[in-house]
Write a protein that binds this ligand. Structure first.
Ligand code: TXA
Ligand code: MG
Length: 334
């Protein structure tokens, strides 16, 4: 990640985190996308603690984080060759691959499904934790959803995690602000022979990058076209949401809308690409999708904490590099 220097991280804390994971306890760790709430993925009782801490329904599957590409074959079976090529090209990085799970992988982790999400995160502290854990445990995978309460905005700093889960839930490893800022792209390869590669959730890696390795643009799965498809909780219509109501508006409509709301006494905050005079608070985000994504969740949290009646978001530009951002904003607005 250009210009990204993670804070120093001491070995004693790392050893403590590994010991917690081995004992079936929870550890929060930074990834390049968002912070994860981790547990030993081979231990069903440990995975159950994640669901309890998040308030997440137990049929929603978790992503398993690995230390090295070779571990893929330990967790997944019938791996199509394209999975290895994608892993080679994009791991460590913001790409989760859905593959058929091996028999031994606990159903508690996959939400009762025969498929499994796997990725290697590109954050130096996550990699240190995963490598240290895999050196002392049989399977070495760490199951981790985003470290937020179910349905809420994913945390991109350790302070967000503390605000969301408190200090008691898990040991929290602070790795600074997450450089990507939105969750990984989820690509389903579990039915590759019949359906090809399908994006279940757009995210930190865009479809064009995937197309370079796949040789074709991946399809975007929608619920209606595939009712039997694996469940993705991030694909629920309402997700990634602040508590304050949120509305998406075209740029041209924003100034008038805010002026009318202000005149009516409505406390409106704005998230926009340019300053808005009639907003109580306005967070201006950069017009570059990677920089916008990095700041999006922290900005939404800040506005959500400002006792506003409404958060108004300026519709960002369209184009495939903005897809994941549009997806999250739509869900936050539902
Ligand atoms: O960037 C990320 O992916 C972050 C970091 C921590 O790695 N993790 C994350 O996890 O966003 P979570 O649990 O908040 O979202 C993971 C999504 C869920 O929507 C889940 O349903 C989906 O991945 N998922 C996991 N395993 C799956 C499977 N076998 N089939 C379909 N979807 C799956
Ligand atoms: Mg999540």
């Amino acid at each position: 990640m250009p210009g990204f220097t993670p804070p120093r991280f001491d070995d004693a804390l790392l050893a403590q985190a590994v010991a917690r994971l081995r004992a079936g306890e929870l550890v929060v760790f930074p990834t390049e996308t968002v912070y994860g709430l981790g547990a030993d993925a081979a231990n069903p009782a440990a995975a159950a603690k994640i669901f309890a801490a998040k308030g997440r329904p137990s049929d929603h599957p978790l992503i398993v984080h690995l230390a090295a590409t070779e571990a893929l074959a330990r967790w997944a079976k019938d791996i199509p060759p394209v999975a290895w090529r994608l892993a080679e090209a994009f791991w460590p990085g913001p790409l989760t691959l859905i593959l058929k799970k091996r028999e031994w992988v606990p159903m508690a982790v996959t939400g009762g499904q025969e498929t499994l999400g796997l990725r290697i995160p590109a954050h130096p502290l996550a990699l240190r934790l995963l490598r240290a854990f895999s050196a002392v445990s049989k399977q070495g995978g760490v199951a981790a959803p985003s470290a937020n309460r179910f349905g809420r905005i994913s945390p991109t700093t350790a302070a967000h995690v503390r605000a969301e889960l408190g200090e008691q839930t898990a040991l929290i490893l602070d790795g600074g602000a997450c450089p990507v800022g939105i969750e990984s792209t989820i690509l389903d390869l579990s039915r590759f022979a019949t359906r090809g590669a399908e994006i279940l959730r757009p995210g930190g890696l865009d479809a064009l990058a995937l197309a370079e390795v796949l040789g074709a643009m991946p399809k975007q799965r929608d619920k209606k076209s595939a009712p039997d498809a694996p469940r993705v909780s991030g694909s629920l219509a309402s997700h990634y949401a602040p508590v304050t109501p949120l509305r998406l508006l075209e740029a041209t409509a924003l100034p008038d809308f805010l002026a009318r709301q202000a005149a009516a006494g409505c406390r409106c905050g704005a998230l926009a690409l340019r300053p808005q005079a009639n907003a109580r608070i306005c967070r201006v985000l950069p017009a570059d999708p990677a920089q916008y994504a990095r700041m999006l969740y922290a900005s939404l949290r800040e506005l959500d904490g400002a006792a506003l009646d409404l958060i108004v978001v300026e519709m960002p530009p369209v184009g495939f590099t903005w897809n994941a951002i549009h997806d999250r904003l739509r869900r936050a607005a539902t």
